[in-house]
Write a protein that binds this ligand. Structure first.
Ligand code: RET
Length: 247
């Protein structure tokens, strides 16, 4: 009965979250294992990348257990029975994951470009504005939520600009191998990150898709943006001496 029930994940949603959790745990083990094939001085990117999938493992453990969430009352009840109900589940634990892992992802990418620390730090700050405005917007039930969403989108454009312009120029100045790796991970990330606000608009934002569909949408994005990204990054660094990047 849609009108009085909660809008929450089903056992299928939970199973999917557990499957993604398993992918994150396996990737963490692989990234850590690969780090041991390198001397300590050449392990920074392995450690950062393993930390990202490790944090995601815990977030997915939480969502698989149907925890780390709260309910909001969507003001616009859809006619789609899958998304009509009293309370929509909002997984705030996602944002706790993102506030830790998106800065680490940016460090992976911007350190590859050899950017100076001040540039990395302000980009991380803007990124945190993006995640926090997304969290606040997700919890707000009135149309003010789209105000927060707009702030977050501006922040994403700023980060995107740093990735496709500032970072690309710096990487190109270091050498063609660095430039090639940078272009791979930078383009992959910029493309994927722009899909997150779409997922948000359909789930936490507009309540257009069910929490199970939200699980699939974000889950696929997270697998692409973390384990697949990590594999591309670590592969790209195989022949690059970190000394050339100033680390
Ligand atoms: C929100 C909503 C507010 C507007 C924007 C967003 C962007 C989120 C992004 C998240 C990236 C997460 C990653 C997670 C790790 O795998 C917060 C959804 C722009 C870009 C890469």
């Amino acid at each position: 009965n849609g009108a009085t029930s909660d809008i929450a994940i089903t056992t299928h949603g939970s199973d999917w979250y557990w499957a993604v959790c398993a992918v994150m745990v396996a990737s963490t083990i692989v990234f850590m294992g690969l780090s041991f094939t390198k001397p300590r001085t050449h392990r920074l990117f392995h450690y950062i990348t393993a930390a990202i999938t490790m944090v995601a493992s815990i977030a997915y453990f939480t969502m698989g257990s149907d925890l780390g969430e709260t309910g909001i009352r969507p003001e616009f009840i859809r006619t789609n029975p899958k998304v009509s109900g009293t309370l929509r589940e909002i997984f705030y634990v996602r944002y706790i994951d993102w506030v830790i892992t998106t800065p680490l992802l940016l460090m992976d990418i911007l350190l590859t470009a050899g950017l100076p620390w001040p540039t990395i730090l302000y980009t991380v700050l803007i990124d945190e504005i993006m995640i926090i405005t997304g969290l606040v917007g997700a919890l707000v039930t009135s149309s003010y939520k789209w105000g927060y969403y707009t702030f977050g989108c501006f922040a994403l454009f700023w980060v995107g600009w740093t990735l496709i312009w500032t970072g690309r120029k710096h990487a190109a100045a270091i050498g063609s191998d660095v430039s090639k790796t940078y272009l791979t991970v930078g383009t992959w990330t910029t493309f994927l990150w722009f899909l997150y606000p779409i997922a948000w608009g359909l789930s936490e934002g507009g309540n257009v898709i069910s929490p199970d569909s939200e699980a699939v949408f974000y889950g696929i994005l997270d697998i692409m943006a973390k384990p697949v990204f990590g594999a591309l990054l670590i592969w790209g660094h195989r022949g690059i001496d970190p000394g050339r990047l100033g680390i």
